[in-house]
Design a binder for this molecule. Structure first.
Ligand SMILES: Cc1cc2nc3c(=O)[nH]c(=O)nc-3n(C[C@H](O)[C@H](O)[C@H](O)COP(=O)(O)OP(=O)(O)OC[C@H]3O[C@@H](n4cnc5c(N)ncnc54)[C@H](O)[C@@H]3O)c2cc1C
Length: 492
């Protein structure tokens, strides 16, 4: 009798989504090979180390920690055996152009006291906004976050849909925030959340109220030693399960016979056969890799999510009073998004986010120093910025920080690394440098992202932030779970 042949999967890209799918498939008996074009695994969840400073170059905060736990459990391990998660508390400091500043804390009595100082009537607005987020979360975890779009609904999702606050699905996020808060400061603060998926608060549907709810209810988390420790643990887990991991190995084509994927060809000409191909690179590139044109329209700049301008700064000085997370808001938020999405330029007055993990985790910086991740939103681009654009962006960021009372650290900065949209595009093969694939403007883009199972080619799957259910680390892990379940169902 012929021995049962081990089914073989090839994963294109060793980002978080690719690694998580590899681990899940290997745990179910698949023989898996991952090909990552970059020199290191992790994709946008990456690291940079110099002179004792350890930077996360991408994510600086994780939410929904149980999703990470679930992945490790699915592979027969446990997250706590590999990494230590710490809850960042308070969540963040917010600094406004008019000099107002306050701390956003998950301690409800303290937070409601802060809200009272800003606008007493917004205490009720906040509670209502959170209740709306809770209902949306209860619904989405049974539907959008659990299943592929357009798959026939099961009883669980139909039950959840009955509870759906429909009126809130189609309204705009911005008007929903405005309906709950009177304080201009609280409005600006809650309007920030759609940027977690690279989108504008003025164009996303109200359902994104789920994001601030998840953060408030379940906390924002740091990983001791830096978030890249999660990637390192996944690499260990994958190796233990027998996954072959290749770096500096670019896949140039997805091979198919008619409507069935058969394997991949690497940039060096090597051909590999596989029963299943999983695309973790940007879904906008899949058609080209299948040998077709760029027919899916997902590469058009007007469809792309935000990119970023990031400075990683190693500072030889302690910055007492600085929180782990601080946001320095631009004066005119609407204008900032209009420049990002309509004029497609870096904002004159950018909102700046500073993450200083060394404030709560000393092991990411040498003694007496701070590790800083400084980020502003930037538009995705057709071509890389020139030096003048980069210098202007730096000046804009430091200008906003200085107005917000952030100390001048130029002379004490001993390590500096700058990421522009062009660098995001090049290093992660991400069209336009967009961090989250297409934006989530309008219900169609928000809910009908490229499907996990390719619509035309059998045996071909998508996983990661550019496909369903979207970007951000926990969502990408859910994408890996959905994709693995589809593969198990359809590729027997
Ligand atoms: C600056 C920044 C800040 C962020 N902040 C947060 C945050 O605070 N919290 C949060 O949850 N999320 C955050 N994110 C988002 C999060 O990092 C991403 O959503 C997630 O890491 C994406 O994972 P992925 O697997 O979908 O894609 P990627 O990480 O893009 O992985 C895809 C991989 O495929 C590779 N690849 C592409 N094409 C090919 C090819 N042809 N052959 C071989 N390999 C290929 C790429 O090199 C890449 O490594 C941030 C991202 C960035 C960049």
């Amino acid at each position: 009798m012929e021995a049962l042949r081990q089914r073989r999967a090839v994963v294109i890209g060793g980002g978080l989504g690719g690694l998580a799918t590899a681990v899940r498939l290997a745990a179910r008996g698949w023989r898996v090979e991952v090909f990552e074009q970059g020199p290191r695994l992790g994709g946008k969840m990456n690291t940079f180390e110099r002179e004792g400073f350890r930077f996360d170059t991408g994510p600086s905060l994780i939410t929904m920690p149980w999703v990470f736990e679930e992945l490790f459990e699915a592979a027969g391990s446990s997250l706590s055996r590999h990494v230590r998660l710490t809850q960042v508390s308070p969540l963040a400091d917010y600094v406004y152009a008019d000099g107002t500043r306050f701390t956003y804390t998950t301690s409800l009595p303290e937070w409601l006291e802060t809200v009272k100082q800003l606008e007493p009537r917004d205490r009720e607005g906040f509670m209502k906004f959170m209740r709306l987020g809770a209902r949306l979360f209860a619904l989405s975890r049974e539907t959008f976050l659990r299943r592929a779009p357009l798959e026939p609904p099961d009883l669980r999702s139909l039950g959840a849909l009955r509870q759906f606050p429909l009126r809130h699905a189609w309204g705009s996020y911005h008007s929903t925030v405005a309906a709950h808060f009177r304080s201009p400061h609280l409005r600006q603060m809650f309007e920030r959340y759609p940027t977690y998926v690279g989108s504008s608060p003025y164009r996303t549907p109200a359902t994104f109220a789920v994001i601030p709810y998840i953060e408030y209810a379940y906390g924002g988390w740091h990983v001791e030693g830096g978030l890249y420790r999660i990637v390192e643990s996944l690499i260990d887990l994958a190796r233990d399960l027998g996954v072959s991991l290749h770096t500096s190995a670019r896949v140039s084509a997805i091979e198919h016979e008619g409507r069935r994927a058969r394997g991949v060809t690497l940039a060096d000409g090597t051909k590999l056969q596989a029963d299943v191909v999983v695309m973790n690179g940007d879904a906008a590139l899949t058609d080209e890799m299948l040998g077709g044109g760029n027919g899916n329209g997902l590469r058009s700049q007007s469809e792309r999510s935000l990119s970023g301008f990031v400075m990683l700064l190693g500072v030889k000085r302690k910055l007492e009073g600085l929180a782990h997370h601080t946001v320095y808001f631009a004066e005119d938020y609407r204008r900032e998004f209009s420049q990002l999405f309509d004029e497609r330029r870096f904002p004159e007055d950018p909102t700046v986010y500073v993450c200083a993990p060394s404030r709560t985790d000393p092991c990411v910086a040498p003694e007496g120093c701070e590790t800083l991740f400084v980020m502003a939103n930037a538009p995705s681009v057709e071509s890389p910025w020139d030096e003048r654009q980069t210098e202007e962006a730096k000046a804009g960021v430091f200008g906003r920080l200085s107005k917000g009372g952030f100390p001048d650290v130029a002379r004490e900065t001993v390590v500096s690394d700058v990421w522009t949209p062009g660098r995001f595009a090049r290093d992660y093969v991400s069209p336009g440098g967009a961090i989250y694939g297409t934006h989530s403007h309008g219900w169609r883009r928000a809910f009908l992202r490229p499907p996990n199972r390719h619509a035309r080619v059998g045996g071909l799957y998508h996983v990661g932030g550019s496909s369903h259910p979207g970007g951000g680390t926990p969502t990408v892990l859910l994408s890996a779970k959905i994709t693995t379940e589809l593969i198990e169902r359809h590729e027997r």
